[in-house]
Design a protein around this ligand. Sequence first.
Ligand code: ADP
Ligand code: ADP
Ligand code: ZN
Length: 213
Amino acid sequence: MRIVMLGAPGAGKGTQAKKIAEKYKIPHISTGDIFRANIKNGTELGKKAKSYMDQGMLVPDELTVSLVMDRFKEPDAQDGYVLDGFPRTIPQAESLDAALKESGSQIDFALNVDVPDENIIQRMSGRRACVKCGATYHLKYAAPKKDGICDSCGEELVLRDDDRPETVEKRLNVYHEQTQPLIEYYAQKNVLKEVDGTQDLEDVFRDITKILQ
Ligand code: ADP
Ligand code: ADP
Ligand code: ZN
């Protein structure tokens, strides 16, 4: 099963993608997580990506697509995956389609996790992230067991640099301009499924599993 997660920054794509990956035993591929891991490790790719990310801008398509193509070569990605944060532009979606066509496969579901902008700011300001293992929490809606500490690996949780309100606004604009057109793109391919992302996260997941049955 090949799944694309669509939705604004902070809509809950990552939260749901992790649950999907666990239930359906497919890898969760998050371009944001891969960029953050590279930044943490001080790689060349990380240095390039950081300058864009901190400004709330998208990393250039060329860089992003080649990174995903490399990830697709890993053995665990041969039978399916849930893509989180990719594609984010029409050219990225076209590159993905071209690669899938070559291997005789296709995207089965594009899940649009729909959350209005008004709710996004609140979700992002309360988000806390573990840079070590990629786990995500929310101060109010998904609190860690111990304040400020990652449940899964014990690392200290941080507010991401790009989750500050000034940057969130910029990211929302970028989303509406460059990423939202993908909803229509996947609708035309007849794989688009809408999910009400304003519900509790367990209810969102229940709706998703109904779609994926
Ligand atoms: P969120 O989950 O809040 O939407 P992500 O972790 O997916 O955020 O992405 C964080 C940042 O990483 C983005 O704002 C962007 O700068 C960069 N990024 C992630 N995925 C992509 C992509 N597919 N294309 C371009 N930039 C990306
Ligand atoms: P995305 O990957 O789309 O940027 P995340 O999955 O990181 O979004 O979620 C953004 C923030 O909102 C996180 O702090 C997360 O814990 C929280 N969150 C996710 N889903 C829900 C939900 N259904 N209700 C309330 N908060 C949520
Ligand atoms: Zn962790």
